[in-house]
Design a binder for this molecule. Structure first.
Ligand code: BGC
Length: 737
């Protein structure tokens, strides 16, 4: 539990508490104890030992200086040797945003794929994220990994970002709360998790050199707040600094972000590891970087002999080197890796873990449109035409370092060309349970046909013969490459338009990692956003289509009506730069910047509110097969209460959303609380929410600053459909950091 003290007007001190950590995930108190142990170990280290934990390799046959892989390394993202004399174990690192990463099958094993980060966030359910984290962590342990490169929490500043699928949302409260839960789950396995990529890593185009320009106030109130909340709630033992440049300085070289914000202001005790190939110089050590990861991707192993020489010559560097070791050791001891390390060859209960993935997928699927209650489908349907999206094989997944595949690998892999070491990452993978199998299992007596959609006439012919047509439309996203626009690729818009013209009972199931445009929307009666739905996605989609699952997902990002609505209608650099997975500049003098001060801290729905624009589908939006009503909103200081009722005929879950709408006369929209509530038909429940004061505040030269006055709040079905506002008197308050 984390407490925050605010100096309220009149000098009263108020403490706020956040969610309670799972019993076995390390708490702040565990970390403080681990730090004392770490200090003692650093004292016992000799000079050679002090530059062992400070750098690692990528134990894979990759990179310009492909490293020698030690015998005890496991194919994965990283390996840092231990110090056996002092009982310090080696760190064995795997990517794990959505499951234990597949690394192109180099380990010869598979893992349970969770739905994408965006899909999990659409549940608005921290318990789902925590269960998913616990599941991933246990699989990682069983494979011998003790550090997971998880916890991606960069805000969706641009829906075209190639990694949007891996991240969570455009809102700091939602993202921070959910990532904290995922990290608690992972670390409950006695292993280390990162939170990443610190910070403001908002696009993949030119990711190693794009300079994101933003004022400190805007950063503190948005992207940094997501990290701050995530760190408080999840207590990650490591932070991964980002590739990009922030206001002129690389993320891993950023004294202000690493030393001032993270370590000083937030009192965070863990270690900062670099992203892979993100270290420009030795001076990064002085600026707050503790460990150089995958060092063969950097120009040099800076944190080995060079660091040792500096420490020998200069007491300031010697002290810094001790601190670097203390921080890595604090993480190791807090996780308990020194006592109970992960070992490869552990048993994995894939059936049980599949249930975790299934529940996340079910709760994250968003029903976008359902005219005339076309859904749910009757199980007695006679003739269903399923079209497109490789629905015969599996569900789409996102590409890059987070790619997970099940045992036996992907069901379909479509290589997208390129060469060099990263080419194999550019391959679309379809995985898990096929939607077609799920549909057939639900409509046992129906004639269910499948056409791949490549020949429109054939799809139309099938649709005409059927009672209902279900078109699966996919759009692949990957780390390393953004999207130029929001359109569905490969003529899928034309396919959908032709099918719905042939059969008005057409349902579109989207499998996308980003918001997409829907030029056919007014013609198609039912649309589901199923995202990348993971190992059991096909079952989850079928369960929603046939009504065993009442959809309850709500959009964690705004779906714009067009890119013209965005703060940057053209994604910076996209059309001028040839991007590749590594994101290296095409020439040494290449320059790129992205001006985040356009929207400042008004990311996503806040930008739409500020500019009074209507989206295609707003943040927070999601339909159900039942209906809900929120009534009786009262706000008293930082406590809000109201009642949520299921006013329909089916059980279901809703996500109550509380928004700040104005501070005095100033219109200002911010999500300040949310609660996912399960309700039987006709049932009502009281809900109370405690508002984090930082969400009411501005960041000023005095830190968090709340102007006293009348603040307005409203419950929203989503960010654009708000109930009647109520006002509350909020006391002036300040908090330094
Ligand atoms: C990604 C990180 C990842 C690392 C190791 C980098 O390219 O940005 O998210 O953890 O590779 O695979």
């Amino acid at each position: 539990m984390t407490k925050h003290s605010w100096m309220m007007a009149g000098a009263a001190v108020m403490a706020l508490t956040y969610g309670t950590a799972q019993a076995d995930a390390p708490t702040a108190a565990d970390i403080a104890r681990a730090e004392a142990h770490a200090v003692a170990t650093v004292k016992a280290m000799n000079a050679d030992e002090k530059t062992v934990l400070t750098h690692g390799i990528m134990p894979l046959p990759f990179g310009p200086n492909s490293a020698k892989v030690p015998a005890d390394a496991i194919p994965g993202a990283g390996y840092v040797p231990g110090v056996a004399r002092l009982g310090v174990p080696a760190l064995k690192e795997s990517d794990a945003s959505l499951g234990v990463a597949y690394v192109n099958g180099l380990r010869g094993d598979g893992a349970t794929a969770l739905p994408s980060g965006l899909a999990q966030a659409a549940t608005w359910n921290p318990a789902i994220l925590e269960a998913g984290g616990a599941m991933i962590g246990s699989e990682a342990r069983a494979k011998g990994f003790n550090v997971l490169l998880a916890g991606g929490v960069n805000l969706t500043r641009d829906p075209r970002n190639g990694r949007t699928f891996e991240y969570l949302s455009e809102d700091p409260l939602l993202s921070g709360t959910l990532v904290g839960a995922a990290i608690r789950g992972i670390q409950s396995n006695g292993i280390i998790s990162t939170i990443k990529h610190f910070a403001l890593n908002g696009q993949e185009t030119g990711r190693k050199f794009v300079d994101t320009r933003i004022s400190e106030a805007a950063a503190r109130e948005s992207d940094l707040l997501a990290f701050e909340i995530g760190i408080e709630q999840g207590q990650p033992l490591s932070v991964m600094c980002s590739y990009n440049v922030i206001n002129g300085t690389h993320g891993c070289d950023h004294d202000m972000l690493l030393n001032t914000v993270l370590k000083h202001d937030w009192h965070w005790k863990g270690f900062v590891m670099s992203d892979w190939g993100a270290v420009p110089s030795l001076d990064t050590a002085i600026h707050g970087l503790d460990q150089q990861s995958g060092a063969q991707l950097d120009p040099k192993v800076f944190f080995g002999a060079d660091l040792a020489a500096k420490a020998k010559a200069d007491p300031k560097w010697a002290a810094r080197l001790n601190d670097m070791n203390k921080r890595v050791l604090t993480a190791i001891y807090a996780a308990g890796i020194d006592k109970n390390d992960a070992k490869p060859g552990g048993a994995i209960d894939f059936a049980a873990h599949g249930e975790v993935a299934l529940e996340a997928a079910k709760q994250g699927i968003v029903l976008l449109k359902n005219t005339g209650n076309l859904l749910p489908l009757a199980k007695t349907a006679k003739h269903i035409a399923v079209i497109g999206g490789y629905a015969v094989a599996g569900v789409l997944s996102g590409g890059g370092s987070s790619q997970v595949d099940g045992v036996g690998g992907p069901k379909v892999a479509i290589p997208l060309g390129g060469d060099g070491p990263w080419a194999s990452f550019f391959s679309q993978h379809y995985q898990g349970v096929a939607p077609l199998a799920g549909i057939r299992a639900n409509a046992k007596d129906a004639n269910v046909t499948y056409r791949d959609g490549s020949i429109i006439a054939e799809a139309v012919d099938q649709a005409k013969k059927a009672d209902v047509a279900i078109v699966f439309a996919t759009k692949w996203s990957t780390e390393g490459k953004d999207q130029g626009d929001l359109t569905l690729p490969n003529g899928q818009d034309a396919l959908i338009a032709a099918v719905v013209a042939a059969n008005p009972h057409t349902i579109v199931v989207l499998e996308t990692g980003n918001p997409v445009a829907m030029p056919w929307l007014d013609k198609v009666p039912a649309v589901i956003e199923a995202w990348y739905s993971g190992a059991r996605g096909g079952d989850a989609i079928a369960s929603v289509l046939f009504g065993d699952t009442n959809p309850s997902g709500h959009l964690p990002v705004t779906f714009p009506a067009s890119t013209a609505q965005l703060p940057r209608p053209v994604l910076d650099g996209y059309w001028d730069l040839e991007t590749n997975f590594s994101g290296d500049p095409p020439s040494p003098d290449a320059k790129l910047s992205a001006n985040y001060d356009i929207e400042g801290s008004d990311v996503g729905y806040r930008w739409f509110a500020r500019t009074k624009q209507k989206s295609l589908f707003p943040f927070g939006y999601g339909l159900s097969y039942t209906s809900f009503a929120n009534t009786g909103l009262k706000v008293n200081g930082l406590k809000a209460s109201f009642t949520v009722k299921n006013t329909g005929a089916r059980p279901g879950a809703t996500v109550a959303q509380l928004y700040l709408t104005a501070r005095g006369a100033e219109a200002k929209q911010r999500l300040v609380g949310f609660a996912r509530v399960d309700l039987k038909a006709g049932e009502e429940k009281p809900v109370s929410v405690t508002i984090d004061p930082r969400l009411l505040a501005d960041w000023t030269k005095d830190g968090w600053t709340i102007k006293g006055g009348q603040y307005s709040f409203a419950l929203g079905e989503d960010a654009e459909h708000l109930g009647t506002p109520v006002t509350a008197s909020i006391a002036a308050a300040k908090k330094k950091d």
